[in-house]
Design a protein around this ligand. Sequence first.
Ligand SMILES: [Zn+2]
Length: 320
Amino acid sequence: MSGQTTGRGCASRSIQRGRRAISQSTNRRMYLTSLAVILGLSGLQQAVAADKDAPKKILFFTKSSGFEHSVIHRKGGELSHAEKILTEIGKTHGYEVVCSKDGGMFESDKIGQFDAFVFETTGDLTTTGTDKQPAMTADGEKNLYAAVKAGKGFVGFHCATDTFGHHRGKGADDPYIQMIGGEFAGHGSQQAAKIGVSDASFPGAKVFGTDEFKLQDEWYAQKNMGDDLHVIYYYKTASMHDRDYQRPNYPQTRARMHGKGRVFYNSMGHREDVWANPKFQELAIAGLDWATGRVDAEVAANITKVTPEYGVMPGVEKKK
Ligand SMILES: [Zn+2]
């Protein structure tokens, strides 16, 4: 009973926040338009200023050509747990979230409608694979990289790094792995890992604190990480057990530029309670805000400073 009351309270607060945000955004647009008229700014500059607050359309793509996670598994024609959550929180933050497992969404006549792509996927998406959903075509895959390079956003959660790469024998040479900035290299048992905060100034990053925090999830070992990553959080591996984590600290949440496109990856998101965690949700929206250009952040490479031995793994040669 008390849980339900709390639930209503949260919903009502978030509606108020949404209304406040819309009103602030309208005021800001009016102010910018007046300012532009006074200063004689070009139509293009006005459009750019207004575009930051405009509603954005997101494709949440959850095709599983490899292992299918419970958080994105649909039952009885309903959206999955993660799809419901991203759709709901998206609504209150000005995002129209289209949930799909259809690889055809990347074809030339469809891909252009989206401002950003959110992936919680596995395997070689150009094969129908485990979930038997339509595969991406080779052209569709190329369209994705071209769209991001030209300025669309890309956000990956958890198994987004267990996608393409070794599933088709390419690893570090895979254009998808190069875009997302690293690749799945196995995982141990679920555990409460200690995560260090290396950039609390990144949008949303403070939600888990400014120093370190602990969280229970299934954590991915990573390989083939780009040397241009901006590390936001990193694994404090001394706090972890199982062979996959017997290595120096390495990145957990990170950002990078891919041409003009902004790429954000957070390895959290295996467990249903992680998707339901308001802190995870706040960071997810902030990552989307950054990826879609609503907010800016400094994302210069810091991986060699924060996690200098990120490429050192048992049984795997140092990358550099
Ligand atoms: Zn998982």
